[in-house]
Design a protein around this ligand. Sequence first.
Ligand code: HEM
Length: 497
Amino acid sequence: MMMMSLLEVVIIAFLSFFVFQCFFLHKKSRESPLLKNWPILGMLPGLLVRIPRIFDCTAEVLEASNLTFAIKGAWLSGTDLLLTADPRNINHILSSNFRNYPKGPEFRKIFDILGDGILAADSELWEDLRKSGHTIFHHQDILEISLSSNVSKLKKGLIPFLDNAADKNIIIDLQDVLQRFMFDTASILMTGYDPMSLSVEMPEVEFGEAVEDGEEALFYRNIKPKILWKLQYWIGIGIERKMRATTATLNQMLAKIISSRREEISRGKRETSMDVLTYYMNADTTKYKLLKPKSDKFIRDVVLSLMVAGRDTTSSALTWFFWLIFTHPQVMAKIRHEIDTKFDPANLEKLVYLQAALSESMRLYPPIPLNHKSPLKSDVLPSGHNVEANSKIIISMYALGRMRSVWGEDASEYKPERWISEDGGIRHEPSYKFVAFSAGPRACLGKHLALLQMKMVVVDIIQNYDLKIVEGHTIDSVPSIILRMKHGLRVTVSKKI
Ligand code: HEM
């Protein structure tokens, strides 16, 4: 007990020292986008001061430092990292020298909640997960489940919800609505189970809240000394307390789903229908030697990674997209015109301007703003920076989309036209210049499904409703590993006549 209180006193003293430094430095740090390196504390004080607008600050720092910047963490804290938005480095790390740049053991420690899932795995395990994931995301059953769950969730979930909001003149949080939509459809695809979180009653969504808290805690782990966040987790204080609750909630929920599926399989009830859970429970271990279909813990890890990969990214992309088109009426008008004149439910590819508007939105607001890598062997990046083995490199996708040297002087403007080629088709940018879906052998496996789903939702909403942002609503992002709006996206709904 005495030991515990002493630890708490040490942590509070440590944090008070940081806060004092932050206040002391506040004025100074606003004067320069570059972070000052202080004795002992390194650049941590400057980073903490910038937390409320951390993504924009990293973009400013990178623009001012020729696209790559070395961040010094506190002394002996193990939080030094190299931040880059240089397309040459990105191509080197994600594609041409991919083998030398795994996520690394540090990433696995920080993202321990993901266990052996694809988002955190490396080497042979990642290869087995990737190959099996590739097979499943191209499996006809999965494509059909994805399509039918979207159609039915639009018809039975989103439309009745928006109709009700329009009839009763209720202000809604569109971000929350989209997260619920994606949670339900991702859950059907991954587990075959519909949690029905998107309904007029708006039930509490334990999974959603748990994941969002967890994603925020994971962001802070990247800049805190490991010993500090581990201690916080162990004692159960601060944001790590939420992380403990997140872990418990997710473990409990997934354990329930897994055990009931095992029971169904043992009673011979699940032979024909296919979802991701069933696929992995029957995985062919002669082909994928490192998969463990009999282990509940392994199945939990696989499913959790895929749920997180599918739910949060797509809802984030759509939320920022809607905000941008609501605030750019000329873009909205062009999308409406295209839908009115060219819409063909069997061929969403024809909606070129909509595709351009979505890409442009993910250029400025990539749902996954940062990507973590760690070299196996020391290397020199094309920018000339040396990187040590096991050091930490963060690719800032958020900053990359805003760099004037990459996208031109109008980089900060929302202009879907930049994605339209002279012949009226989509202009394809090199994958290391537009990395919202990452690039190289580890690029997103769900890109095609995500784009299809986003287009279906956008078309349904735009064809049937007029949504308006509530006056005075402020837009800020949450410091998190997923780009989310801090206050949601509050809108009013009216039916289109
Ligand atoms: C707009 C929506 C989406 C965006 C912007 C997006 C973006 C990304 C990014 C940046 C990565 C690389 C992450 C990293 O290396 O840490 C990734 C990986 C991945 N994504 Fe997506 N994603 C989206 C939707 C989806 C969906 C709907 C699914 C599945 C249903 C999915 C499945 C995956 C998987 C399995 C990986 C891991 C690939 C690997 O490590 O080999 N994604 N995604």
